[in-house]
Design a protein around this ligand. Structure first.
Ligand code: ADP
Length: 633
């Protein structure tokens, strides 16, 4: 019985792209198929813990048949049922695959060399077989079942699944090699690829090797191509950088070198060995909101348990930590369901997380350039942690970096560095939010701070304000926005400023009344403030109101954001305000003053980088003012 089944649309597209593209890295198809075989062996070994009758010595075998021009990769792993064959090899189940396809297309146009890396990262590995073969067959029998099945496809549109004969459980993938892949029939080609990518695979990868014996007669030897060493159990001094790097690539799908390696072992309450890597680059799928889950593999005494152990790493860390943890005191038959609540796992997790933080902290202190590279890639995840991981929030807060007003562009400081540098009279930690440095640098709200020689943190990432508000206090100092109405400065300065604004308010009472009335639809109050030393006016938020930035964010997230009116603050020393006050006394009903009131508000909006509600009206008023300026004198 044979039935032609259609590939899912995405699969077809992916197949076409693989088949039609020439990869600089042709050999990766073999790496992908061997990785699948090893996964299948892991699964069977795990299953055999509870069903000992399924136990078997795991092996991967590569067989080249020159006559038929085929290369077969066999394993005696878990195998697949008919349904699994259709599901696993006929569809792309991964949620990121659409984004992946788009990115793969782009990569192929711009830089074909990056395409294979994408394939590894997305786990669409099996389809790489069609790079090398124009026909692929998969003969498989699920461990513990009687019926075997044969899946066949020429990678065009359809595949077939038929009942078949197979003695032992496991899977054989047979590639009918394309002409330009015939060199993979040679032992030396295959063995060098295996050593390059799959040396650490824990099962022997065997291949027959034709050589001559000492009498010159042809003999066939069965060779094991890989060394199978569990790299995390070997002393660091005995492992080469290349071995670490290829192991890291295998784990993470990242073909760049990791930023840092952490090797450690714990003894006492919980004994384990860990080999961890910090990534150098944000995994590519994070751009599509697809997150890594399988980054840290859990082993018990060299036996693979799972690469998706809940509770082993906080989710945000999955973006930059990968590796292996091998416990010597967890029970081998631990069930995946109970891992989450297992106290041993909790202890291991705590130790790992602590170690990652201490590495990052010391990197920040001792190797700042590397840390800043890390931060440039992963700041969003660190911030996510600072916002969500209550247990580690202090450690995470210390890893945050910001530009500041007094620092050069691009120079980053931590909260600790900022607070250590504060003059003793400074009461609070100040920040301003905005889209980029240029947008905040000249903000009127900073004038007083510049004059007082105080530094201000620049929060330029939209999420910064959430994070900072979540922190609230650092080193017992409040963290406050310079755009809030209620600034508390050093006592003497504060007193002097209060006096000045009070006097200005008394002297210009009627102008204030007039402005309040005229702008009552735009602002909730108009008042004098000492925060301005150069600009005429600015807008500040009432203490309890959400900031402009926060409102923008809420809108961007399609959240209901109530329109919040702010307070217009005026500079008492500004000649313009003084002139307006004079004019108001002389001619309270002047139409010019009404125009000017609107223009003050618009100016304040422009200075903080907000959009004008009615740019045309603003232009009209400015044009009129310019004309008057030219014609009246
Ligand atoms: P991934 O391995 O990333 O899941 P693949 O496209 O390589 O993606 O494989 C799809 C699925 O097919 C695997 O998850 C696995 O369930 C199944 N599979 C592939 N190769 C084998 C094999 N040799 N033995 C058993 N199952 C396999």
């Amino acid at each position: 019985m044979s039935r032609h089944m259609q590939f899912k649309a995405e699969v077809k597209e992916l197949l076409n792209m693989m088949i039609n593209s020439i990869y600089s890295n042709r050999e990766i198809f073999l790496r992908e198929l061997i990785a699948n075989a090893a996964d299948a062996l892991d699964k069977r070994r795990f299953l055999a813990l509870t069903r000992p009758e399924l136990a078997s010595e795991g092996e991967i075998r590569i067989t080249a048949d020159e006559g038929a021009c085929t290369l077969a990769i066999s394993d005696n792993g878990i195998g697949m049922t008919k349904e699994e064959l259709v599901e696993n090899l006929g569809t792309i189940a991964h949620s990121g695959s659409r984004g992946f396809l788009a990115e793969l297309k782009k990569a192929q146009e711009e830089n074909p060399a990056t395409a294979p890396e994408l394939i590894g990262q997305f786990g669409v590995g099996f389809y790489a077989a069609f790079m090398a073969a124009d026909k692929v067959s998969v003969l498989t029998k699920k461990a513990g079942e009687d019926q075997a099945y044969l899946w066949e496809s020429e990678g065009v549109d359809t595949f077939t699944v038929t009942e078949a004969e197979k003695d032992a459980a496991g899977t054989t993938v047979t590639l009918h090699l394309k002409d330009d892949f015939k060199n993979y029939l040679e032992y030396w080609t295959v063995s060098s690829v295996v050593r390059k990518y799959s040396d650490f695979i824990e099962y022997p990868i065997r291949m027959a090797h034709k050589t001559k014996d000492k009498d010159g007669k042809d003999v066939i030897e069965d060779d094991t191509l890989n060394t199978m060493k569990a790299i995390w159990l070997r002393p660091e001094s005995e492992v080469t950088e290349d071995e670490y790097k290829s192991f890291y690539s295998h784990l993470s799908g990242d073909y760049e070198a990791p930023l840092k390696r952490i090797v450690f072992s714990a003894e006492g309450a919980s004994e384990f060995k860990a080999l961890l890597f910090l990534a150098a680059k944000l995994p590519f799928q994070y751009q599509f909101g697809v997150r890594n889950k399988k980054t840290l593999s859990l082993y018990v005494k060299r036996v693979f348990i799972t690469d998706e152990c809940p509770g082993l790493l906080p989710d945000y860390m999955n973006g930059f930590v990968s590796g292996v943890v091998d416990s010597s005191d967890l029970p081998l038959n631990i069930s995946r369901e109970t891992l989450q609540d297992n106290p041993q796992i909790k202890r291991i997790s705590k130790a790992i997380v602590k170690r990652v933080f201490s590495e990052l902290q010391s990197m920040m202190e001792k190797d700042r350039a590397t840390y800043e590279k890390f931060y440039a890639e992963f700041s969003r995840l660190i911030k996510e942690g600072a916002y969500s991981d209550w247990e580690n929030r202090e450690k995470l807060q210390n890893l945050l970096l910001f530009e500041t007003m007094n620092g050069e562009p691009g120079k980053l400081v931590s909260l600790k560095e900022y607070s250590d540098a504060m003059p003793p009279t400074q009461k609070a930690i100040y920040f301003i939010t905005g889209e980029n440095r240029a947008a905040v640098e000249h903000s009127p709200q900073l004038e007083l701070f510049r004059q007082q020689k105080l530094d201000v943190l620049f929060l330029l990432d939209p999420v910064d304000e959430f994070v900072i508000n979540g922190i609230g206090k650092y080193a017992e100092k409040d963290i406050v926005s310079v755009a809030k109405s209620d600034l508390k400065l050093d006592e003497p300065v504060q007193k002097e400023l209060e006096k000045k604004t009070k006097e200005a308010a008394e002297q210009n009472k009627s102008l204030l009344e007039f402005l309040k009335k005229t702008l009552e639809n735009q602002v909730k109050d108009v008042r004098f403030s000492a925060r301005l030393t150069e600009s005429v006016c600015c807008l500040v938020g009432d203490e309890a109101d959400p900031s402009v930035n926060m409102q923008r964010l809420m809108k961007a997230m399609k959240q209901e954001a109530p329109e919040v009116k702010r307070i217009l603050e005026l500079n008492p020393d500004s000649p313009l305000i003084q002139a307006m006050a004079k004019k108001y006394e002389a001619e309270p009903g002047s139409a010019v003053l009404t125009d000017y009131a609107a223009m003050l508000y618009d100016q304040a909006l422009l200075c903080e980088g907000s959009e004008l509600p009615d740019p045309a009206a603003f232009a009209r008023r400015t044009a009129k003012l310019m004309t008057d300026g030219l014609t009246k004198n």
